[in-house]
Design a protein around this ligand. Structure first.
Ligand SMILES: [Zn+2]
Length: 365
């Protein structure tokens, strides 16, 4: 298939608009219209992974971490980043990254950690603001349903577990067409009164152009009247980290032993035990230290993440057990997650999981 088919699907699940500002998710090397027969999935895109793609005839590498984070000014093979990019281009291999946009969606990296650890009743720990907008439009009553349908179909009207959400109120609209107009009802040059429906519905900001196009196509008027509002509401399904509960409370040592096994962690660096039973657990794959305050505020007994620094451990203040399980370890199941996501949609498309362990951190035990 065309690479664009694959990336469009991945971006329908984890839109690029949901990545953090510092991130560089998306197609880094390659053309959207190139043919791909097999994809290689990895957490990191290293030279060894590109070699593996060449050896196994994969045309695209889908990695969690983007190989390029900041501007590259030279390509003389001095750093591994330059060498990876150069090798990929020379061998016609596309590089695609699905990073914080996959961290920030509900069925993403953190949901996979929660599933692995048996944490249920989950929700996003730090939902994002300013991702939702509201559309208000005015439609003749007889065409209101066709417009609502088109808006819902284009992705408007989702609130949590509910779809097709809208508010509708009838009223009277007025308009007078100019001499070059061709009004759907009424005459040019004469003010017309029409019974209209005011339809209000929320939508994710990244779908705006699609939704407006659907509105204009479904609406009978020559000039469609609509208002777009910015909302400051949280988007409950998009954001960082996740929090949930264990079925049965455990003591802290027992819980960490469990985490060590399930997450295949060689070592867990943690703060002093608080003496509390573990029931509520917050998680964030990768560097999640910035979420500690939210984890404490949400009443988490334990916060599982990675990349904790010495001084940051003090911030636990005896209120929470911080457990640093390692960056690679916290995100390793992301490879499997991507494999399943792609396989579900493109059952005939070949996908391989990398055999390279890209973890740059080694443990001398
Ligand atoms: Zn990471």
């Amino acid at each position: 298939m065309k690479l664009a088919q694959l990336t469009a699907y991945l971006e329908s699940l984890a839109p690029l608009a949901y990545q953090e500002d510092y991130d560089n998710s998306g197609l880094i090397v390659g053309q959207p219209d190139m043919e791909v027969h097999q994809a290689l999935i990895s957490l990191d895109c290293t030279e060894a992974v590109v070699d593996e793609a060449i050896a196994t005839d994969c045309q695209v590498i889908i990695s969690h971490h983007p190989i390029v984070f900041k501007g590259l000014k030279k390509f003389n093979g001095k750093t591994y980043v330059e060498r990876v990019v150069e090798k990929a281009i020379r061998n016609n291999i596309a590089l695609y990254a699905i990073h914080t946009n996959l961290d920030n969606v509900m069925p993403g990296v953190n949901a996979r950690i929660c599933e692995t650890l048996g944490i249920g009743n989950t929700r996003i720990l730090a939902p994002k603001h300013n991702l939702l907008k509201k559309l208000v439009t005015y439609v003749p009553v007889a065409q209101a349903e066709q417009v609502r349908k088109a808006l819902f179909h284009a992705g408007a009207g989702h609130i949590g577990e509910y779809s097709e959400c809208s508010f509708n109120a009838e009223g009277t609209g007025t308009f007078k067409g100019g001499e070059n107009s061709d009004p759907y009802v009424g005459e040019p040059g004469v003010r017309h009164h029409e019974e209209e429906m005011r339809i209000e519905t929320v939508y994710p900001a990244n779908l705006e152009s699609k939704i407006i196009m659907a509105l204009v196509l479904a609406h009978p008027y020559e000039e469609v009247a609509y208002d777009l509002y910015n909302l400051t509401n949280q988007h409950q399904e998009i954001g960082s980290g996740m929090i949930g509960e264990l079925d049965t409370p455990m003591d802290e040592a027992e819980f960490l032993a469990d985490v060590k096994t399930s997450m295949d962690a060689q070592v867990i660096r943690h703060t002093a035990f608080t003496g509390k039973q573990v029931k509520k657990v917050a998680v964030c794959g990768g560097s999640g230290g910035f979420l500690l305050k939210q984890a404490i505020a949400a009443g988490a007994d334990v916060f599982i993440t990675a990349d904790y620094k010495y001084h940051e451990f003090f911030d636990a203040e005896g209120k929470i057990l911080i457990a640093d399980i390692g960056h690679f370890e916290s995100e390793q199941f992301t490879q499997q997650l991507l494999f399943e996501i792609i396989q579900k949609k493109f059952s005939n498309f070949a996908i391989r999981l990398t055999k390279v362990n890209t973890n740059p951190v080694k443990y001398f035990i």
